[in-house]
Design a protein. Structure first.
Length: 549
C-alpha cells in the first residue's frame, strides 16, 4: 500500500494523484487498511522509505511511480539548458519552453506537465517520507527487533534518517525548480490545516529548509546505530550508514550550488561550504538498477539523450568544441535560416566520423557521435536539427540502455567539478592550480573510444586557462580560446551530459548561459493557482520577470 497523506499541499494535488477526480476523502474503504493502520505496520513503513526515493527519482530522471511513461521535467530542463534539442511535437509540451526565440510558457490550459509532474512527485515523496516519520517518531512503531542496546528496534533509526533525507531532497528540488512553493518540515504530523496562499514561500526559503533538513539527516545518521539501507530503496544498491552520509553531503553540495538563478547569486554561494560538502561526499557513483516493469527505476531522460529521432544533442552543447568556425557561423545565422551542422571537434568525446558511413567509423566519439541521417521531425523548422546523437550509454534505445541497465544518478565527477568551480571562485594561485588539476582529470583521459588514457584528448589547462592554439577547446561564442572558467563549464557540460536534465538547466542559469527569455524557474502549476484562488502568472519569453535577460 502506498500511503499518500499529502502534507501541507492542496486539494488539486491530492485529486491529481490519489483519485481520478475530486471526491470526498472521508469515504471509508473497507477493502484496504486505513492510512493510520498502515502507519502502524513496520513492513509498510520500510517499503515507504523506498517509495519516497522513487518519487524523487521520477523528478530527477523522468520515470513515474504510477506506471506511466513521462519525460517531464527532465527533457524540458535539458533543452532549456541547451543540452538537448527536440525536433518534433510528439514529446508532449516539452518543446513549448525550448522554442527559439523563447516564448511564454502556457500555465493555464490542459497539461502543464512540465511543472505539474515534478510538483506532484516532489510533494508525493515528501508526504510518503513524512508518513514514515510519523509512524516511527509519533506513533512509536518499532522497525526490526528491539534489543537492550537498541530498544527502538534495530532498523527504526535508518528509516528515520533516510526519510528525513528524502524530505530534504524534496524541499531542495522544489527550491531548484519553482519560483515559490510550500516548504515542508521533516516529521511534522499533518494537522488537517487548509493550505492558503500565504504558505507559499520564495525559492530561497524553500531551498534553505531543504539544506537544513539534509544537514539534520546527516546528524541523525551520524548519531544512529550502524545499519544499511535496503537494496530495494535505491534499486540494486545497498548503502552503509557511512555511504548514506556521504550521499547526503553530496546533496548538500547540490543544494548550495544549484539553487541560484543568476550569475550574481551563483557567485555569492558559500563556496567553501561546497568544498567541505564535496570532500565529505560520495567516493563512488550512486547507481540504480533499472527494471523494465518498475517505472520508479527507469530513466526516460537517459533514453532521450541517446535517441537519434525526436531528441538529439544540441548544437549548443557540442559547439564550444568546434575548432573550424562552423559553430560561430551557425550562431550568427538567423534562427529561421539555421540547419544542422557538422563541427570539427578537437575533443575525442565528440565524433568527427559519421556512423552511417561504412568503413570510416574509426574514432566514433566516447559520448557523442556524428549521425547526419535526418530523423528528427521538421514540424518546428530546420533550425532545431542536430547531426549528433548521444552514445554515452550505448547505441540504440533497447532495454539494455534505459530500462534494464544500471543508471548513474550522482557521480564523483559531478562533485569534483563543483569543487573545481568553487576553487576558481575562491581564487588565489594555489586554488586555481588545484582547479586546473581537477579539470584535467576528465579533459585529458579519453582516446576516442571511451577507454581511459593519459593526455591524448585535449591539452591540459593551467591556472592561466586553456592554452592558446589553433585547436584550442573550448572556445567562446566569438571563437576565442576560453579561460579556466570556460574550461570548467565545458568539462561540466560534457561530463554531466546524460546524468540529469536538471543539472544542465541550473548550471546554465547560474553561469548566465541561458538564452534570453528562458525560464529561470517554473511557476506554481495553474491548477494549484486556481485551487488556492491565486492570480494566474507564468514565465518565459522576452522581458518577462522570472525569465533570463
Amino acid at each position: 500500500m502506498q500511503m499518500k497523506s499529502f502534507k501541507a499541499i492542496g486539494v488539486a494535488l491530492t485529486c491529481g494523484m490519489v483519485v481520478a477526480a475530486c471526491q470526498s476523502l472521508d469515504v471509508p474503504n473497507f477493502n484496504n487498511p486505513s492510512i493510520d493502520q498502515a502507519k502502524l505496520n513496520p513492513s509498510n513503513l520500510e517499503q515507504q522509505s523506498g517509495t519516497a526515493f522513487r518519487y524523487m527519482f521520477t523528478v530527477m530522471q523522468g520515470s513515474d511511480v504510477r506506471n506511466q511513461t513521462t519525460y517531464f521535467p527532465s527533457m524540458a530542463e535539458s533543452c532549456m539548458g541547451n543540452e538537448m534539442t527536440i525536433g518534433t511535437t510528439d514529446l508532449g509540451n516539452n518543446q513549448d519552453v525550448c522554442l527559439e526565440p523563447r516564448t511564454e510558457m502556457n500555465n493555464f490550459d490542459q497539461g502543464q506537465w512540465i511543472n505539474r509532474t515534478p510538483y506532484q512527485m516532489l510533494y508525493g515523496g515528501i508526504a510518503t517520507a513524512n508518513d514514515v516519520l510519523e509512524g516511527t517518531l509519533t506513533l512509536g512503531v518499532k522497525i526490526g527487533v528491539p534489543t537492550p542496546q537498541i530498544p527502538q528496534g534495530v532498523h527504526t533509526d535508518r528509516n528515520i534518517w533516510w526519510s528525513t533525507f528524502m524530505v530534504g531532497i524534496g524541499n531542495t528540488y522544489l527550491g531548484f525548480l519553482f519560483d515559490k512553493a510550500i516548504p515542508v518540515q521533516a516529521g511534522v504530523p499533518y494537522t488537517g490545516i487548509e493550505v492558503n496562499p500565504d504558505q507559499f514561500k520564495p525559492y530561497t526559503e524553500v531551498s534553505a529548509v531543504g539544506l537544513t533538513t539534509l544537514r539534520k539527516a546527516i546528524d541523525l545518521a551520524t548519531a544512529a546505530p550502524e545499519d544499511s539501507t535496503l537494496p530495494a530503496w535505491v534499486n540494486g544498491t545497498q548503502l552503509s550508514k557511512a555511504e548514506a552520509i556521504r550521499l547526503m553531503n553530496s546533496f548538500v553540495a547540490r543544494n548550495l550550488a544549484y539553487t541560484p538563478r543568476t550569475p550574481a547569486e551563483r557567485a555569492a554561494v558559500d563556496w567553501a561550504a561546497v568544498i567541505a560538502a564535496v570532500d565529505a561526499g560520495i567516493t563512488k557513483d550512486l547507481v540504480q538498477q533499472a527494471v523494465s516493469n518498475n517505472r520508479g527505476t527507469i530513466s526516460y531522460y537517459k533514453n532521450l539523450v541517446q535517441l537519434q529521432t525526436d531528441a538529439r544533442p544540441s548544437n549548443r552543447l557540442v559547439g564550444p568544441a568546434d575548432i573550424s568556425g562552423v559553430y560561430q557561423t551557425w550562431l550568427n545565422t538567423p534562427v529561421d535560416q539555421r540547419d544542422a551542422i557538422t563541427i570539427n571537434s578537437g575533443d575525442k568525446r565528440i565524433s568527427n566520423v559519421d556512423i552511417n558511413t561504412a568503413g570510416t567509423n574509426v574514432t566514433p566519439g566516447a559520448y557523442i557521435q556524428l549521425n547526419t541521417a535526418r530523423s528528427q521531425g521538421l514540424t518546428l523548422g530546420n533550425w532545431i536539427l542536430s547531426s549528433y546523437r548521444g552514445v554515452k550509454f550505448g547505441l540504440g534505445t533497447t532495454n539494455s540502455n534505459f530500462d534494464s541497465g544500471i543508471h548513474t544518478l550522482v557521480s564523483v565527477t559531478e562533485m569534483q567539478l563543483l569543487k573545481a568551480e568553487a576553487l576558481i571562485r575562491l581564487g588565489g594561485a594555489a586554488n586555481l592550480t588545484a582547479a586546473a588539476n581537477i579539470i584535467n582529470v576528465t579533459r585529458t583521459r579519453f582516446n576516442g573510444t571511451g577507454t581511459p588514457a593519459a593526455t591524448n584528448n585535449l591539452a591540459p589547462v593551467t591556472a592561466a586557462g586553456v592554452p592558446a592554439a589553433a585547436n584550442c577547446v573550448p572556445r567562446r561564442d566569438n571563437g576565442t580560446c576560453g579561460d579556466l572558467m570556460d574550461a570548467l563549464m565545458w568539462e561540466s557540460r560534457i561530463e554531466n551530459f546524460g546524468l540529469e536534465g536538471t543539472i544542465a538547466w541550473v548550471n546554465a542559469r547560474g553561469w548566465g548561459k541561458l538564452l534570453p527569455g528562458t525560464l529561470l524557474h517554473m511557476p506554481v502549476p495553474g491548477r494549484e493557482l486556481q485551487t488556492f484562488k491565486m492570480p494566474y502568472y507564468t514565465f518565459g519569453g522576452p522581458n518577462n520577470p522570472g525569465s533570463a535577460p
